[in-house]
Design a protein around this ligand. Sequence first.
Ligand code: 0CJ
Ligand code: F3S
Length: 323
Amino acid sequence: MASRLTPAHSGLPPLKVLIAAPRGFCAGVDRAIMIVERALEKFGAPVYVRHEIVHNRFVVDGLRAKGAVFVEELDEVPDGRPVVFSAHGVPKVVPANAQARGLDYLDATCPLVSKVHRQAERQVQAGRHILFIGHANHPEVIGTFGQVTEGSMTLIETEADAETFTPAPGQQLSFLTQTTLSVDDTAAIVDALTRRFPDIVAPKGEDICYATSNRQAAAKAIAARAEAVLVIGAPNSSNSLRLVEVAERLGTRARLIQTADEIDFDWLGDIATLGITAGASAPEILVRGVIEKLAEHFAVTEEEVLTTTEDIAFKLPRGLEAA
Ligand code: 0CJ
Ligand code: F3S
């Protein structure tokens, strides 16, 4: 349904804003933020968080204001204070070290990332070498590699990597993927792997998560109808970056912005139809801020473009269910 934001006789040029749905927070992000909030209630400030709880400055600053302290490594957490591990997951050595130090730790790893971790362990136990499709240096990739012994997993970033990987003689293979990848790029990489290695063992179910694939499908729907797309998300947010790519692949120019302050009105030009979406770590308040800023320059009419609905929620860890 379309709704008008600026009075019709404002004298501003008209702009139709197509808002993707689903967009923004997923169940894993909701859970991760809730874990930090409940930990602050339970333990009091400061609660330490290893890595940005999710890749969004607005979320991180909001939790910092409530008493969360963000660090990159466990050794920055003082003895006696609780620590939360981010939604992206951590190598096994991290909870092991926390335990050895007697720290209270809370694991905000998304359950869908933990599922990939368990599959990685099982594949290695079954004697298979894992080809892990993902982006180098991303914390989720570092966390998943850290579930298995060194040398039992090889990173595959591109179709070219899939074409050139050479297994050791007699090596049994399986593949797994990062949860926030491009659905289309991953399908092409998997095609190359299954063509070259017909016996390769695929993951049980899809590793790319429901939120990632739903947001990409919704981004395609707005990009197909818009002259340009704005994606609200952080530059280090893998799933948000993929939404920009999805729009561009359809031939629609697209930009990632963190907040309304980053809207480039020269880049928008005299556009009549603009698509807006948000990555899984970007709060809805930032989407509203962007639309309100646009309404200072255009006579904005909003239309939500719904491609599917989501009703997934994850349980909190034991001990944090009720504050
Ligand atoms: O890795 C995840 C479990 C996704 C967390 C939510 O998104 P974000 O932006 O914090 O992380 P990605 O960079 O992985 O998309
Ligand atoms: Fe989990 Fe996917 Fe969100 S892996 S944190 S549901 S983007």
